[in-house]
Design a protein around this ligand. Structure first.
Ligand SMILES: NC(=O)c1ccc[n+]([C@@H]2O[C@H](COP(=O)([O-])OP(=O)(O)OC[C@H]3O[C@@H](n4cnc5c(N)ncnc54)[C@H](OP(=O)(O)O)[C@@H]3O)[C@@H](O)[C@H]2O)c1
Length: 240
């Protein structure tokens, strides 16, 4: 059995969950990973109800021990085909009012966690010379923006790390990819936490999760003879 570990899964209408559903349709066993068991169980149960197979596992991506246990448990299910790093924390705030702890926490989740996750994936993928490690990026991966100093710096650091990873392990048969999500997602987080922003943007300027998930599936399906490192996804109306 081929296995996908998807790290950073929350509500069913969020990106992480929808990534799980799409890769389950590709006959992968999905290891649904994140911080909150109730959310992970719901996603895994929905996959199973739809005829797929999935296992929910709680892991904090900033904990080396949690991530090592996660990969070890997944390796008992089957061969690792995909490791997808979706965890992220949008951390707004003005720089002159920002504590070191707040800045560091953004970096821990968006960047350090990506390193811990990828390093563990390499342990299982390198000996078999196969597998894909994919990362979720944001507009912040490409440019700094006022009031988002912590998030911008950690997401762009993750992108730089992903490039280094791609160049270092392509030769070992491991495909590394990064998807830039350039805009607000029409998903649980924006709709429930920032309904005013969702209303202000309207349907035309909200990114549909399906389109983003398509980009991940495209990267994962590429043969070794033609790999893409990065895909950016935005709506037709996004100013960029
Ligand atoms: N939402 C947007 O508009 C938007 C736009 C551009 C890019 N993105 C990127 O897209 C990705 C997904 O965002 P989303 O808003 O759609 O959320 P989501 O995929 O629905 O959920 C992400 C999940 O990551 C989990 N997570 C956070 N810190 C973690 C940690 N230390 N260890 C393990 N899991 C952790 C959270 O768990 P809990 O539920 O337990 O908190 C959350 O449920 C992120 O990388 C984000 O930066 C989002």
């Amino acid at each position: 059995m081929q296995v996908a570990i998807i790290m950073g899964v929350g509500p069913d209408r969020g990106m992480g969950a929808q990534l799980c559903h799409r890769f389950a349709q590709n006959d992968l066993h999905i290891v649904v990973a994140g911080r909150t068991m109730s959310k992970l169980e719901q996603v895994a149960n929905n996959i199973v109800a739809g005829g797929g197979s999935a296992t929910p596992i709680v892991a904090d991506t900033t904990s080396e021990l949690d991530v090592a246990n996660l990969f070890e448990q997944a390796s008992r299910i089957g061969d690792l085909s995909l490791a997808l790093y979706n965890a992220g924390n949008n951390t707004p705030g003005r720089i002159d009012e920002m504590s070191v702890e707040y800045f560091e926490e953004a970096w821990r989740v968006c960047c350090l966690g990506g390193f811990i996750f990828a390093r563990e994936a390499l342990k299982y993928m390198k000996p078999k010379e196969q597998g894909a490690i994919l990362f979720t990026g944001a507009s912040a991966s490409l440019r700094g923006r006022a009031n988002f100093g912590a998030f911008n710096s950690s997401k762009s650091a993750l992108r730089g790390f992903a490039q280094a990873l791609a160049k270092e392990y392509g030769i070992n048969g491991i495909h590394v990819g990064h998807v830039v999500v350039d805009g607000a997602i029409n998903g649980e987080k924006v709709l429930t936490r920032y309904p005013d922003i969702a209303e202000q943007l309207g349907q035309e300027r909200l990114l549909q999760i399906e389109s983003i998930v398509d980009a991940f599936e495209y990267l994962w399906k590429q043969p070794k003879s033609g790999w893409t490192f990065e895909v950016d996804v935005r709506t037709a109306t996004e100013p960029w």
